[in-house]
Design a protein around this ligand. Structure first.
Ligand code: PLP
Length: 440
């Protein structure tokens, strides 16, 4: 059998960096974590060793891996003939179901990745308003398109002033001219947001945000902040655009917009939406969505958009999320798991802050105060995090090096208790490595 090292050496010859997506390498182990299969809350490595999965496909597999309802949906798609690039009754039915569940989803379009759907949503916002400028928050991530891949995780020495960050291009190869179309604002800073609108309001097509900023760990909006976003968009005629790639169906059936009680004009739903299959939805108010071709003039098309396999999986996933008690059970698991986690942190004496919303959480090593924005999140100690994650993986609990971690509905109390044991062990690794022994 090929070892992980042998596979990595082989993969590196044909895949740049040995991976198919840069985020798949795991710096805590110095290579990607190779998986032979997944089932429920577990992934298995090449030797067949079982790990409790706390990455859970970066949040996509909210039902766990290999869920029978998703398998049945895929089997149904095979039965129908692996239909690609045709409309079926299932497409309209899925859009109709979203209109029942998600407040802003009067109409929907489906595509694959969150990146492409947010990109199309941005084009639609520009078409609908006839404006070009975007306001986005520092530390919020909206996929990898050239228009939006700014200041999601800027190095602090290149991020500009805290109250008016400069747009930091997160990749080589992004056209410099696009930076002129984007204004970056610190999250949870009402004065900075008002100032940005005062300066640029009448040229702003859209204010885009993660309503819960999981891509900087887990940062909730402060009371009144999302309402202010809505008010300013209304005052200046800009569209409020929620990137719910991560929040959709995680914090509730109506997404973060349902939980927070603020309805955006446009939203993108991703990850958990497909139960592990590649699909995302651009949803929004009818008069805005009507700008999409062929009804309107804003293009959104492609051979693989809304592949039936994924459409059927999304329908099945929504049925699972709508089962009575689904979110109550997640809330109960969360309550127990986070209480245990906080107790471990407290007993370890390691400075570490845990922030969470639903079954997803962020960890900030070296930080003890509440984190409300990217600059505070970026002050965390990355070396401690890597030690912690390597310690968990050694103990057969898989964490990816990522801003956010989480569990699925397939995790049981016993799985999470076992994860907590590994977390306690990994926390003592951090203490031994980074903290001077206390005199007894
Ligand atoms: C908030 C948010 N938006 C957009 C994306 C991009 O989605 P995808 O990875 O499906 O392209 C992500 C992915 O992590 C995300 O977290």
């Amino acid at each position: 059998m090929q070892s992980a090292k042998e596979l990595y050496d082989f993969a590196r010859q044909y895949l740049p960096g040995g991976v198919c997506a840069s985020a798949r390498s795991n710096p805590a182990i110095g290579r990607p974590f190779y998986v032979s299969r997944g089932d429920g809350p577990y992934v298995y490595d090449l030797e067949g060793r079982r790990y409790i999965d706390m990455c859970i496909s970066h949040g996509a597999s909210l039902l766990g891996h290999n869920h029978p309802a998703i398998r049945a949906a895929v089997a149904q798609a095979l039965e129908i003939g692996i239909i690609c690039a045709y409309e079926t009754a299932h497409h309209a039915a899925l859009a109709h179901r979203l209109s029942e569940l998600v407040p802003c989803a009067e109409m929907a379009r489906f595509a694959g990745s969150g990146t492409e759907t947010v990109m199309h949503g941005l084009r639609l916002a520009r078409a609908a308003t006839g404006r070009e400028r975007i306001i986005k928050f520092e530390g919020h991530f909206h996929g990898y398109s050239d228009h939006l891949y700014y200041s999601s995780a800027p190095p602090l020495d290149q991020a500009g002033p805290a109250d008016s960050p400069r747009p930091y291009a997160q990749s080589a190869g992004m056209p410099a001219a696009l930076a002129d179309l984007i204004t970056i604002v610190p999250f949870n800073d009402p004065d900075a947001l008002e100032a940005a609108f005062t300066r640029h309001g009448h040229e702003v097509a859209t204010l885009i945000l993660e309503p819960i900023n999981y891509d900087s760990g887990c940062i909730l909006p402060q009371p009144g902040f999302i309402e202010l976003c809505r008010t300013l968009c209304d005052r200046y005629g800009a569209l409020l655009f929620f990137d719910e790639v991560l929040t959709a169906f995680r914090v509730g059936l109506a997404g973060a917009q349902g939980t927070l009680g603020v309805v955006p004009d446009l939203a993108v739903l991703g990850k958990a939406f497909g139960g592990g299959m590649p699909i995302s939805a651009l949803v929004g108010k009818r008069q805005i969505m009507a700008h999409l071709r062929p009804a309107g003039a804003s293009e959104h098309s492609g051979t693989y958009l809304a592949h039936l396999t994924a459409v059927l999986a999304a329908r099945a996933a929504l049925d699972e999320y709508a089962r009575p008690g689904f979110y109550e059970r997640l809330a109960e698991l969360s309550r127990r798991f986070y209480a245990g986690f906080e107790e471990i942190i407290r007993r370890s004496g390691v400075p570490c802050r845990l922030q969470y919303a639903g079954p997803r959480f962020g960890l900030y090593f070296g930080v003890t105060e509440p984190v409300w924005n990217y600059r505070q999140a970026a002050a965390q100690n990355q070396a401690m995090l890597l030690t912690f994650i390597a310690g968990c993986i050694r103990r057969e609990v898989y964490f990816h090096v990522s801003a956010h971690h989480g569990f699925s509905a397939a995790h049981t109390e016993a799985d999470l208790d076992q994860a907590l044991e590994a977390i306690a062990g990994a926390m003592s690794d951090v203490r031994s490595r980074f903290m001077a022994p206390t005199a007894s």
